[in-house]
Design a protein around this ligand. Structure first.
Ligand SMILES: [Zn+2]
Length: 86
């Protein structure tokens, strides 16, 4: 599970890395579904964006997601293709 935290810098008076509402750079750390530990800059100053980025990273790294990749429409039989397109 990944989570966002704030890297506090002067002149910000906050010292709490869980403080969300200041404009200090946000970072992401935690463990991916693969077990890989990450700690990276979120490249945003918005807590919400950092959290969204964390969720996306989790989903992208999830081995279950890769296994359930969808079939491109071109590989489907004609009848199935018609059904999907109409
Ligand atoms: Zn701050």
């Amino acid at each position: 599970m990944l989570s966002a935290y704030t890297r506090q810098y002067p002149p910000c008076t906050q010292a709490d890395s869980n403080h969300r509402r200041c404009h200090c750079p946000k970072r992401i750390n935690g463990t991916l579904p693969t077990g890989k530990f990450v700690r990276i800059p979120a490249k945003t100053r918005s807590w919400e964006s950092a959290e969204r980025k964390a969720r996306i990273m989790e989903v992208n790294a999830d081995p279950l997601r890769r296994r359930s990749s969808y079939l491109p429409v071109e590989t489907l039989p004609r009848s199935e293709k018609q059904r999907l397109l109409h």
